[in-house]
Design a binder for this molecule. Structure first.
Ligand SMILES: *Cc1c(COP(=O)(O)O)cnc(C)c1O
Length: 439
């Protein structure tokens, strides 16, 4: 049904020019002809919104702009568009105007943990680097809605240079995640230049690109682009499929090009009410992904960004979905379910519990079927006591010249370390601590 409609619809998409095959698969044509107003949407899909709803929709897109590529629009089933997962992700809902008390413009404090504009440095060894603030399709569930369509926010070349310098000056950064907006909105040459500059940094081991192009504009994955990416290996790509319906022939072809270029592919889904909050849909999605050499990486709990409350599910729904995957399907098809902590705590895994209990010499575990089992701990396990001096240790961790023997420990790993004297992590600024100071 859906396939019929998209085939029937392609030739009817008229936006000034008649669409012939060649133009349809030209990514720049797709960007230039993206649907940005409700009139055009109505015409192309042959649907009509009631006057009152339309007025609300206009208000919504004044706040959060609308943009859908003709390709992504063609996936919508016009006969049941209100329930269509592509429609729900791409077309505004009047519910976006409702802002919950708990919702924030920047819930993840990405702009706060930013040492230079365009960089979020939250984790010790890796950074997010925003090199574009525009996308070909504006996801209605975007966590960075505050920036969507803000053309003043397109990072200048000077800003990008500052970001590259920051990475070059901080040798602990071994992984850089290019994000945005969609980095693949940038012209090939400019992208090639950024990647070339980054590759000059000796301590930067891995470059990742986060892009939704394989989903919303697969024609962006051209042979020319792939040839550029290949020059700068190791390049990893994470994309963003949310529903099995999005894996069209064109998407699959794009994924094949990337995988054939030796780029490991991952997928980050967002759990969205009314789109994919169903164990069966998620299972079908992960199966389709791995068939196309894409490893499900994260399943995100929907962030507390402004205007997303209608998309949010309970965390319990997410756990239930993961419960339906672990053991039931290939281990590599199971993503890690994470809640990105409001306030900037980063991603926190929220997975079902398998460790039920333990004693001095036994642990009790349960499997996916409900089997409860025991694992007897070894009687004579003698762990190497760590004094943080790898040279004194029999384990062969080879420390290269200039490499820190045992870099500073953080968080729970620090509490667990033999060499550490700290016995608790204590929140600052509590009344209890204040009283101590005043003693
Ligand atoms: C998600 C994220 C990363 C990358 O995290 P991984 O778990 O390594 O994929 C890095 N920085 C920020 C700010 C992030 O939100």
């Amino acid at each position: 049904m859906a396939a019929n409609i998209s085939q029937k619809r392609k030739p009817t998409v008229k936006l000034g020019t008649d669409v012939v095959g060649h133009e349809w698969t030209d990514w720049k044509w797709q960007v230039d002809h993206s649907i940005r107003d409700i009139d055009t949407f109505e015409k192309l899909l042959a649907v009509r919104f009631a006057k009152a709803e339309r007025a609300e929709l206009e208000k919504t897109i004044a706040k959060f702009p609308l943009s859908i590529t003709p390709y992504y629009l063609s996936l919508i089933d016009a006969d049941d568009f209100r329930n269509d997962p592509v429609f729900k992700q791409a077309f505004p809902s009047v519910e976006e105007l409702e802002v919950d008390e708990c919702e924030l413009a920047d819930p993840l404090a990405e702009d706060t943990d930013s040492p230079v504009p365009g960089i979020t440095h939250r984790y010790p060894d890796r950074v997010l680097f925003y090199i574009s603030h525009v996308c070909s399709m504006y996801c209605r569930h975007c966590t960075r809605k505050r920036k969507v369509g803000d053309h003043d926010a397109i990072p200048s070349k000077a800003e990008v240079i500052k970001g590259i310098k920051y990475i070059a000056n901080n040798p602990q950064i071994r992984d850089c995640l290019l994000s945005g907006g969609d980095p693949l909105m940038l012209p090939d040459k400019y992208l090639d230049w950024i990647l070339t500059e980054l590759r000059k940094i000796p301590h930067l081991e891995v470059i990742r690109i986060g892009t939704r192009m394989p989903v919303v504009l697969p024609y962006r994955i051209t042979d020319e682009l792939v040839a550029i990416l290949k020059k700068h290996h190791p390049i990893w790509i994470n994309t963003h499929f949310n529903h099995p319906k999005e894996l069209s022939q064109a998407s699959k072809a794009a994924l094949q090009k990337l995988a054939d270029a030796g780029i490991p592919l991952g997928n980050q889904s967002v759990l969205l009410a009314g789109v994919n909050d169903c164990p069966l849909i998620m299972k079908k999605l992960v199966h389709k992904l791995v068939k196309n050499r894409v490893r499900p990486y994260y399943l995100y709990q929907c962030d507390l960004s402004e205007g997303l409350s209608h998309f949010r599910t309970s965390v319990g729904r997410g756990i239930e979905i993961i419960e339906s995957l672990i053991g039931h399907t290939s281990g590599f098809a199971v993503p890690t379910y994470v809640v990105d902590a409001p306030g900037g705590g980063g991603k926190i895994p929220a997975m079902p519990n398998y460790l039920i209990s333990w004693s001095a010499n036994k642990v009790i575990l349960r499997n996916y079927e409900g089997v409860i089992t025991t694992y007897k701990e070894p009687d004579n396990y003698v762990p190497a006591v760590c004094n943080k001096k790898c040279d004194d240790c029999h384990l062969q961790h080879q420390v290269a010249d200039g490499e820190a023997e045992n870099p500073g420990l953080v968080g729970i790993a620090k509490l667990l370390a033999d060499s550490n004297k700290v016995i608790s992590l204590t929140p600052e600024n509590t009344e209890r601590i204040a009283r101590r100071v005043n003693e």
